[in-house]
Design a protein around this ligand. Structure first.
Ligand code: ADP
Length: 162
């Protein structure tokens, strides 16, 4: 069975991430969306909340599984039996870091390959941080995230303020 992981922070998941997920899952028997539980970053949503949000979006797609992980991505890949890591490339600014990461991972785990999907041009500017920034000023984020995700973001911002 061909299993791939699409790892990231997904804080929160955007249409850019969803574009990569929608294209990637069709290439494999299973796509695991790996939500990084990164304690050094201060996320808006906990990793459990991020997993739930993405699970809800893909509840009808059997090939997609959502899991949180911490530690080394390569260890997680081995644990779940994945042979491929999927990453999205927005612009050349992503490239340096992604190249370094994938080459390092390949030294540690030569059995795992990284593939890159280039972003849909419509979303090449889009990042989770921009969405959070706009939402924090009460701006309209409906062009950037699913409507259910937009509701979660607004509620979270209100709860954090009160
Ligand atoms: P990370 O903290 O690992 O960068 P992100 O959640 O920001 O996590 O991104 C996860 C993956 O999704 C990365 O490969 C990133 O390049 C990709 N990505 C982020 N935003 C977009 C977008 N707008 N279009 C396509 N890919 C994206």
């Amino acid at each position: 069975m061909k299993i791939a992981i699409y790892p990231g922070s997904f804080d929160p998941v955007t249409f850019g991430h969803m574009d990569i997920i929608n294209r990637a899952y069709k290439m494999f028997d299973k796509l695991i969306v790996g939500v990084l539980n990164n304690s050094s970053k201060k996320p808006l949503f906990s990793s459990e909340e991020r997993v739930k949000i993405i699970e809800k979006l893909y509840k009808d797609t059997k090939q997609i599984e959502v899991m949180s992980f911490d530690g080394l991505l390569i260890d997680f890949a081995h644990q779940v039996g994945a042979q491929v890591i999927v990453r999205g490339l927005r612009a050349v600014t992503d490239f340096d870091y992604e190249l370094q990461l994938s080459q390092t991972n390949r030294v540690i785990a030569p059995d795992i390959d990284t593939i890159f999907l280039t972003t849909n041009l419509r979303y090449s500017y889009l990042s989770s941080s921009i969405v959070k920034e706009i939402a924090s000023y009460g701006g309209d984020i409906s062009e950037f995230v699913d409507k259910d995700v937009a509701i979660e973001i607004k509620n979270k911002i209100i709860t954090k303020r009160s």
